[in-house]
Design a binder for this molecule. Sequence first.
Ligand SMILES: Cc1cc2nc3c(=O)[nH]c(=O)nc-3n(C[C@H](O)[C@H](O)[C@H](O)COP(=O)(O)OP(=O)(O)OC[C@H]3O[C@@H](n4cnc5c(N)ncnc54)[C@H](O)[C@@H]3O)c2cc1C
Ligand SMILES: NC(=O)c1ccc[n+]([C@@H]2O[C@H](COP(=O)([O-])OP(=O)(O)OC[C@H]3O[C@@H](n4cnc5c(N)ncnc54)[C@H](O)[C@@H]3O)[C@@H](O)[C@H]2O)c1
Length: 471
Amino acid sequence: MNEILDVIIVGGGSAGLSALREVRKHTDRFVIINDGPWGTICARVGCMPSKALIEAANAFHRRNTFEEFGIRGSDQLTLDIPAALQRVRKLRDDFVASTVKTTEELGKRAISGRARLLAPDRLEVNGKELRAHKIIIATGSHPIIPTSWSNSLRDRLLTTDTLFEQETLPTHVAVIGMGFIGVEMAQALSRFGIKVTAFGGNQFAGLTDPQVIATATDLLGKEFPLHLGEKANLNLVHEGIQVRAGSVEIVVDCVLAALGRRPNIDHLGLETLGVSLDQHGMPPVNRNTMQIANLPVFLAGDANDQAPLLHEAADEGYIAGLNAMRSDPLCFTRRTPLTIIFTDPNIAIVGSRFQTLDSAKTLIGEVHFDRQGRARVSQRNKGIQRLYADAESGRLLGAEMCAPAGDHMAHLLALAIDRSLTVQQLLRLPFYHPVLEEGMRTALRALAAQLPVVNEFDLSMCGTFNTEALD
Ligand SMILES: Cc1cc2nc3c(=O)[nH]c(=O)nc-3n(C[C@H](O)[C@H](O)[C@H](O)COP(=O)(O)OP(=O)(O)OC[C@H]3O[C@@H](n4cnc5c(N)ncnc54)[C@H](O)[C@@H]3O)c2cc1C
Ligand SMILES: NC(=O)c1ccc[n+]([C@@H]2O[C@H](COP(=O)([O-])OP(=O)(O)OC[C@H]3O[C@@H](n4cnc5c(N)ncnc54)[C@H](O)[C@@H]3O)[C@@H](O)[C@H]2O)c1
């Protein structure tokens, strides 16, 4: 048996690299093991190529606003889809190259291979057994695909693992699953000029506020047919793939499956840890330490299925890396929940979700962006933002929205929630004119109107003009 290492990190994605950064500060006696290509899901097939595709789609879609601005000739514009996809891959390659630099310089301490746990201090990779005082598991996740689909549909079935590799795109695509990936990609493909038909279950983009869901589905449903509430079933037919959901039946060239992602924990040997696993095979993981039960083993990133987002994976890798170098794990306070989906308008959820709030103790303030001044001049006047505040203290609790510049406003609101700011404290901040954030101020004012008056000599009391040009 080889030397006993201080730490083994399993998984070279964002969580694993974040753990590596901490571990390296303290020891050289570590290895990082990665199965498949290095370079992280985020850079290779996740956040970055998807956003590159979305930007191209939105740039092309903007031609639909030109006529109203007085710009003529937009009907002559075309999108060279192979060129647009090439740009996605070029950017992707740059992002991957910058990521793999870190592990390339590690030499033998970066091992390519699939690791399998043998015990809380032992694992096997490439037929070799390795031992360590601590093990960090950060194995990520993979797209869920029913076996019957992958067996029968083969190259007519795409996921985000394969979408960005396409040289060109088919004429008619069904996007199945209206979660984060489904809504982002359905809108982007549709804005590429592809005929898209979208199918979703009972959830839409992780939203829980019925009014925001109604606005978001209405807006996206104007761009492509959107069928919700029925499970989609697929069959290979002569002309392509037949998709059936409730009373809807269509034939498409290709299906993009966005049914969710499963943590990469199967066949990982978690059963050798001696702790009970839940019905999904998941061990108990402390969200504040990333530790599995009281073992010297940590589970971070998408692999623990707690908050499968990039900034959360980075945090979890950091927590795991830091705690792996300590005898007593530290408990970290986690960040205010923040989710942004890069549709246009952006969908965002901040702090407490609508569904989790006690309606008797919660006030709601809302704004519709259709009449908002700045949104109108830029032809971005679509969407809704709903803010939730504690009825007693006036403290902001959360927000759900489908709103222009929702990505930026969601960050502002997350800051406010993190600092426990009240609606009145937020209304004391300057709001420049004319900005989209004035819409958020309208929603805050709607909340303030339901709260007791603080003091009329307070600038938070400065009210609305009630005119589109000034609010
Ligand atoms: C299409 C798409 C778009 C996304 N967009 C966003 C976004 O806009 N914003 C956002 O915040 N998040 C986004 N995400 C989510 C984000 O990419 C993930 O949360 C994040 O990349 C997870 O990082 P990770 O380190 O946990 O996993 P990964 O980066 O997947 O790394 C895990 C690594 O472990 C390896 N591995 C697996 N099993 C083993 C084993 N047994 N032994 C050794 N190695 C193993 C894997 O091959 C992989 O290389 C997106 C995801 C997708 C798919
Ligand atoms: N902007 C972002 O932050 C971003 C973007 C993309 C992905 N991600 C991450 O990737 C993860 C995975 O995304 P995802 O969209 O694959 O999963 P998801 O869990 O968000 O959504 C999957 C959806 O598919 C539906 N579904 C499942 N089977 C179906 C069927 N047969 N017919 C119709 N609908 C069906 C489910 O009801 C669910 O709403 C997300 O949870 C997120 O963490 C984040």
